[in-house]
Write a protein that binds this ligand. Structure first.
Ligand code: AHR
Length: 307
């Protein structure tokens, strides 16, 4: 696709590319690493970055995007809190001639030309990988195997897609039953709170926890310990991201596996912004390469982790 050229004045920052970036928030270890990567890659003198933290609220992001449009930035980049509700503000950006690059999370819009490109992970595949690990880990065990699910932010692409991918694969084996699913909003505090409620409702009758991110799993591990159970043994746990905290929890035997979701998108994002700004061809979708890590790999892998 040929991206539109961002011809704005960029707020008078000389030859540099002025980028308005709206971040989801600071909800997780993943997000902190992502913000660092974006800020390092969109640094002066090449870039003039205007960074805004939405504190996990779509209304804040819409305000930030409108403010970037009013300032006449060259390119808007953002990681949308939720998938829907973007048509109007993206039409406003298009009418102002400002190209939009999506990073990390996708949007559902009626007109795909409202954004130039999207770089991020394949969240559906991450959900599938988590389910494949659960099936492998449960080899030879009889059913029913009772799973609880800590979901990410309601309406967000990673929560929708990870749930879909996980259900698709786990549904192929009728030993598994998802007994509880609730959002923990991708935070440790909420992950702990919701896990406490799951434990209260199900007693010791939980075999597996699938958490949509590592932070919620780490919060849940605390809840499991406080309930007098052994995380990783009494309840097998798989989560997503592959942050340092997850590797430490695996090394301690409390988390069983983490599916990688790479937050270090800054350098690739910077290149897409350069290309879009220059009016060069960009792919519609750039997918990030990722793997799965288990407890037995944690100690050796920990020093290599970059986030
Ligand atoms: O969009 C990526 C997700 O958002 C990460 O998995 C999670 O940790 C973050 O909050």
């Amino acid at each position: 696709m040929l991206a539109g050229c961002g011809g704005g004045e960029g707020g008078g920052a000389g030859d540099s590319i002025t980028v308005g970036f709206s971040q989801v928030g600071a909800e997780s270890e993943w997000r902190t690493a992502n913000t660092r990567s974006v800020k390092e890659a969109l640094a002066p003198p090449e870039f003039n970055l205007r960074f805004s933290d939405a504190q996990q609220k779509q209304e804040n992001q819409i305000k930030a995007l409108r403010s970037f449009i009013a300032q006449g930035v060259d390119v808007i980049a953002f990681s949308p809190v939720v998938e829907t509700g973007w048509d109007t503000v993206l039409q406003e950006a298009k009418a102002a001639g400002i190209p939009v690059v999506l990073t990390d999370r996708a949007v559902k819009v009626s007109d795909e030309s409202l954004y130039a490109t999207f770089i991020g992970s394949d969240f559906v595949e991450e959900g599938r990988r988590a389910a494949r690990w659960v099936i492998e880990d449960s080899e030879g065990k009889p059913g029913p195997i009772r799973i609880v699910e800590l979901q990410g932010t309601v309406g967000s692409a990673p929560a929708n897609d990870r749930m879909r991918g996980f259900k698709e694969v786990i549904g192929e084996d009728d030993r598994f039953v998802i007994v509880r699913s609730q959002s923990g909003d991708f935070t440790r505090a909420k992950g702990k709170e919701v896990m406490e409620a799951f434990l209260k409702a199900e007693g010791g009758n939980i075999d597996v926890l699938f958490a949509h991110n590592d932070d919620m799993a780490i919060g849940a591990i605390q809840a499991i310990e406080e309930a007098g159970l052994k995380p990783g043994t009494d309840i097998r746990i798989v989560s997503i991201d592959g942050v340092r905290g997850a590797f430490e929890a695996m090394k301690a035997g409390k988390l069983n596996a983490t599916v990688e979701c790479n937050p270090l998108l800054g350098p690739q994002l910077a290149q897409l912004i350069r290309d879009v700004h220059a009016g060069r061809e960009v792919p519609r979708r750039v997918v990030v390469e990722e793997g799965v890590f288990t407890q037995d790999q944690a100690e050796a892998e920990l020093p290599n982790r970059k986030y």
